[in-house]
Design a protein around this ligand. Structure first.
Ligand code: GRF
Length: 217
């Protein structure tokens, strides 16, 4: 499955995808696209020998569709992409475009909820559990169908930074798991936990050992 990754920042989730989608993996990152020319995600792509593109106008659907079509992209991953994807692109890739969000949607999402703000809101709420969500992309920020979530405990002494780091470590396992499951199934499929005894207090567990594709059942 030919995958495009859209990223605006450092691209650690992109790196996880690059690392886990190579060799004979069912998915391959074929292009990395950014709205920011200096996004480190682009450098990660270059180092991995993957094509890159910088959008002149992130609101221009034709520009983005042109890049996706030029690379025969079958599946789009938003990994720290901070702009709204134009509606025509969402329509073209409906059910074939996912986003990763660093909290348990539908809480702590929506426009403006990104980065540190998400984790600050989780801490302010008193929630004892957080964790990443992977969901399909639709016209609204963070509102598409949820495909996978992974609970991560909130520690009493957490700061936004410590919580973000704990969640991010799990993101790096959850996102490739969803992409590879979609590649194997030929469509985006929900993943569910198969292990009720997961415990991430001592660091992330191997998510792939505990997830199965509902679509494969
Ligand atoms: C991640 O926390 C992701 O959930 C959110 O943006 C962040 C991107 O981090 N959408 P990185 O650029 O992949 O390191």
């Amino acid at each position: 499955m030919r995958v495009a990754v859209l990223a605006s920042g450092g691209g650690t989730n992109l790196q996880a995808l690059l690392d886990q989608c190579r060799g004979d993996a069912a998915a391959r990152v074929v292009v990395v696209i950014s709205n920011k020319p200096d996004a480190f995600a682009l450098e990660r792509a270059r180092r991995a020998g993957v094509a890159t593109a910088v959008l002149a106008d992130h609101a221009d659907a034709d520009e983005l569709l042109g890049i996706l079509h030029a690379h025969t992209v079958e599946f789009v991953v938003l990994a720290g992409y901070l702009k709204l994807v134009p509606g025509a692109v969402v329509d073209t890739y409906s059910d074939r475009m996912i986003n990763i969000h660093p909290a348990l949607l539908p809480s702590f999402g929506g426009q403006g909820m990104y980065g540190r703000r998400v984790h600050e809101a989780v801490l302010a709420s008193g929630a004892t559990v957080s964790g990443p969500t992977v969901h399909l992309v639709n016209a609204e920020y963070d509102r598409g169908r949820i495909l996978a979530q992974w609970p991560v405990p909130v520690a009493p002494d957490d700061t936004a930074e410590t919580l973000a780091a704990r969640v991010l470590a799990v993101e790096h396992q959850l996102l490739p798991a969803v992409v590879l499951a979609a590649a194997r199934a030929g469509r985006a499929v929900p993943l569910t936990s198969t292990n009720r005894h997961f415990d991430t207090r001592n660091g992330p567990v191997e998510v792939r050992d505990h997830l199965e594709s509902v679509g494969d059942r």
